[in-house]
Ligand binder design. Structure first.
Ligand SMILES: C[S@@+](CC[C@H](N)C(=O)[O-])C[C@H]1O[C@@H](n2cnc3c(N)ncnc32)[C@H](O)[C@@H]1O
Length: 293
């Protein structure tokens, strides 16, 4: 896995060597971004989609070989999903926030479209991502025009060693996923706080299926998507629910399909994209207490 941990975990105690490395870093040209899995076809032009079923044959848009974010980052969001959202719900110069920015896909798409991006992550993978916990963002209330988030869905990916990583909280754990949902309630609360009234947000998520051994004997299906949507509805107005077809290369390998048939379970074929809006109406001030007679 190439995650933030692999990129930043190195520490050298020798100050001389550190200085030499620093000079070399400052003088060397940045390596051109390489796509380890270049598309072997011309990507179709991206148009604004008009139905709630979304599918695109590549993780990235634009000329073949061009990428947004880091294609080697496990768990990166398909960039065209963010493109669709920003085309519909933002305009040029709008401030776009991603509180769990990962490889920076949202930043690259936002810049492509002339929006102003701001990305946070517990384990920043590049210099333009700020280190912050998505449960406590260093941003004033109501500043953002749009918020996009693709959070960890249970414990499938090891994003970093940071104990605060929400990807360490199992939805199928002994606590029945309580810690995960509490953490995500706080993330969704922060998304709502930093968004301007009338602004939109998108949350991209998958349900999960874990074999019963991993879930301590409980049922293997965990409806994370619908659970998170009901948490979002406590704060936001629903705008729409989109079904995004998954093109998971891993599924094409191995005996996954055979196992699903024999074990009588389903492989995840789609992700949810929940689109919500912060109410434009100002919250009413709390009713003043009646004076005692
Ligand atoms: C699915 S990845 C995001 C992928 C990203 N959209 C991209 O395209 O690369 C989830 C991210 O959430 C981050 N994360 C987990 N817990 C966090 C927290 N409490 N605060 C901020 N980021 C967190 C992880 O470090 C990881 O980068």
């Amino acid at each position: 896995m190439k995650g933030p941990q692999g990129k930043s975990g190195h520490r050298d105690d020798s100050s001389e060597r550190a200085a030499r490395d620093r000079i070399r870093d400052l003088t060397k040209k940045p390596a051109p971004k390489r796509n380890p899995r270049p598309d072997s076809f011309d990507r179709p032009a991206l148009r604004v989609f008009t139905t709630t079923l979304w599918e695109y044959p590549s993780q990235h848009y634009g000329p073949s070989g061009r990428v947004q974010g880091d294609p080697t980052y496990v768990g990166a969001t398909p960039s065209w999903i963010i493109w669709q959202l920003l085309r519909r719900y933002t305009k040029e110069k709008d401030l776009v926030i991603d509180p769990m920015c990962g490889s920076g896909t949202t930043l690259d798409v936002a810049r492509d479209l002339g929006r102003r991006p701001l990305g946070y992550d517990l384990a920043p993978s590049r210099a333009d991502i700020f280190r912050a916990d998505a449960r406590k963002l260093p941003l004033e209330d109501g500043k953002a025009d749009f918020v996009f988030v693709d959070p960890p869905y249970s414990t499938h990916v090891d994003y970093s060693d940071d104990p605060r990583c929400i990807g360490k909280l199992s939805v199928g754990g002994e606590d029945g996923g309580r810690a995960y949902y509490e953490a995500m309630t706080r993330v969704i609360g922060e998304m709502h706080r930093v968004l301007r009234p009338g602004g939109h947000a998108g949350l991209y998520v998958s349900d999960s299926f874990e074999k019963s051994k991993a879930t301590g004997g409980r049922t293997g299906f965990m409806p994370i998507g619908l659970d998170l949507f009901s948490i979002m509805r406590e704060k936001f107005e629903p705008v729409d629910v989109v079904c995004v077809v998954r093109h998971n290369a891993k599924l094409a390998q191995g005996n996954w399909h055979k196992a699903a048939e024999e074990g009588n379970f389903f492989l995840r074929g789609f992700n949810y994209l929940f689109i919500v809006r912060k109410s434009a109406a100002k919250a009413l001030p709390a009713a003043a207490e009646k004076p005692a007679r």
